[in-house]
Design a protein around this ligand. Sequence first.
Ligand code: GLN
Length: 473
Amino acid sequence: MTSSTEGRTSLVAGYLQHIADQCADDRSGAVADYIPELAAVDPDQYGLSLCAHDGYLYSVGDTTTEFTIQSMSKPLTYAMVLGRHGSDVVDAKIGVEPSGEAFNEISVDSRRRPRNPMINAGAITAASLLLPQHREVEPGVVDEAFAELVEFYSACAGRRLTIDDEVYLSEKSTGSRNRAIAYMLDSFGVLGTDPDAALDLYFRQCSLRVTTADLAVVGVTIACGGVNPRTGRRVFSRRTAQRLLSVMTTCGMYDGAGDWVTSVGIPAKSGVGGGILGSLPGQLGIGVFSPRLDDHGNSVRGVDTYRHLSADLGLHMFNITRESRVTIRAVYDIGEFEIGTEWTGAQRARLRGCRDRVRVYELQGDLTFSGAESVLRRIDLDIDACDIVIVEISRIDVIDPVARRMVLGAGSTLAERGKRVLLVDPDGVVREGLRRVENGSGVDSSSKIILPHVHSTMEAAVADAESIQLEGV
Ligand SMILES: NC(=O)CC[C@H](N)C(=O)O
């Protein structure tokens, strides 16, 4: 498996690779076989991508492999329809209650509406709302609606998506169940358009090709309230984003919604192609792909991956923190050290070169995975400008176990590049983790762990920085 991030090999990519490795051996489940194109895929493929709220992308595994979006298209078409008609019109046609049934169940609620937009009945109704609301649909109208749909999906993914024609034609020629659903809806008067046109649009949307990176970017666009952070473009409104997160939470993983929310807690949507799209509000987007499915039609390794992301990286949406995002409240350089008279002329000359090589980062808020990820990336970005980094965490109250490991792990990753990390931690928020690592029950499995020096005051850290600088003189 390959791993790629947009920068240097990072701690975060290492965590993702570790999760991928833990899920790799599970060969249970079976690939979707209702059409030959899906049955023929390599079942062992696996990819995982994560996109941070500023658009930075991490990927491990088969992340360039394209697969069909299938039901992960449902939230996107729903978003389009909400934008076009407003929630009142849409709510009159499609409910928002979890159905507790399979995705292709032929059922409606007491008002004869599909129960929610994440099951096929709701998704076909959503697709119908992108077409002219009369029965006589002229040729070319579906093409036009599809072109707009591709435009919208592509804006969410930040890249032009294309259709898999074989999958589309196969879906179209074998879709009796979906046809039954559409005609039932039509008989109830739910569809204002030609049911075959709605089906055609639905089959096309399901056949668009994506990668896990695309899914992560779509997920982060939802997480960021409708703005794609990679393009800076607003694709849909904040209200729509809130709606998508709500229905993904309650209905995205079909009949196991309660279990999903408690054990994973990441709004998500799966597709029978083996993908799972996830969106953690305000924080990040996730894309996973592995073709073998469980009885609900969700990717087996995909579900397992999400369980790990939630448990190991603390990514549950109800991981309560005081401030949702840690902030770097100040960054400054210590400047030139006092140079004592005991030093020789040559030493003094070299000491002067130490100037501005010690940089302080003061953090505040609660430190979670996402916060630690962005802080470490910021440090990584600046690192050529300094030799010693002092991270001041006296204003951090709560630190997640994963964030603690990340902060401690920075000692090793920066040491590889000849840099040192010192922590100012008066309240001992990292101390517990430090003890565990020192006892050998730690964290990163890297052979030599270089821990940051931990100090209780800034003065002590600065004095330590000074003596480290002097060692090299
Ligand atoms: N759950 C899914 O991904 C279902 C999509 C599939 N094309 C169908 O409509 O049956």
